[in-house]
Design a binder for this molecule. Structure first.
Ligand code: SF4
Ligand code: SF4
Length: 204
């Protein structure tokens, strides 16, 4: 024999069938009060977000951003490309290159191409570790944007011809006039200076 189904009438106040009606109301009110308490606590606590890009956070000391590349020190040994787990570094040179101890710059063949495809790069930093001349670094910028997929393949040798170590993100170029730190970053990139760790959070 099957048990009779519960009806809405069973849960009406005062029918005396059980206390679940008032218990449910108590639980609903208690749950709303708990939620409101939490909301009020965060409403008056210190904000943990910032108004980016007008403000920015300090970087962790080993932050890995868009690469910075010193083309004049690259000997086109391909070690970085071999270390890359997603094969997104493209290198082409006319002949072997080696570091001249007098100038600390690479000579020999011409470095025709050094490019990184940022559609694939996952910022693991593995490419920087085997480099024998320490000419590829993880930078401090993270917001590279473009209108086309082709623009996401950064040609570092072409940047080097313009005196840059790293690409100038579109938004930095467009917002330099109204945001002081963006203007400073734009000037640094155009001067071909590597990022410093001055804005890093202190290491522990
Ligand atoms: S950071 Fe990692 S994924 Fe990006 S180019 Fe270097 S090795 Fe490849
Ligand atoms: S490991 Fe260094 S020197 Fe060798 S190709 Fe890569 S960036 Fe150039």
């Amino acid at each position: 024999m099957t048990a009779p189904a519960h009806t809405a009438r069973d849960h009406q106040p005062g029918n005396g069938s059980n206390g679940s009606y008032w218990r449910d109301i108590y639980r609903a009110v208690a749950s709303i009060a708990t939620g409101l308490k939490l909301t009020l606590r965060y409403l008056f606590s210190r904000s943990v977000t910032i108004h980016y890009p007008f403000e920015r956070l300090a970087f962790a000391p080993r932050y890995r951003g868009i690469h910075e590349f010193e083309a004049e020190k690259c000997i086109a040994c391909n070690l970085c490309a071999k270390a890359c787990p997603v094969d997104c570094i493209y290198i082409d040179a006319t002949a072997p290159r080696k570091i001249d101890p007098k100038t600390a710059k690479a000579s020999g063949g011409e470095l025709v191409r050094f490019a990184i495809d940022y559609q694939k790069c996952m910022f693991c930093g593995l490419c920087t570790e085997p480099c024998p001349t320490d000419c590829i670094h993880m930078g401090k910028l993270h917001d590279l944007s473009a209108y086309t997929r082709q623009e996401m393949v950064v040609e570092f040798t072409e940047l080097d011809r313009r005196g840059q170590r790293t690409p100038l993100p579109l938004w930095i170029d467009r917002n330099a006039e109204r945001i002081p730190w963006v203007a400073a970053e734009r000037e640094r990139i155009l001067r071909g200076e590597l990022a410093t760790d001055a804005a890093d959070v202190p290491s522990v």
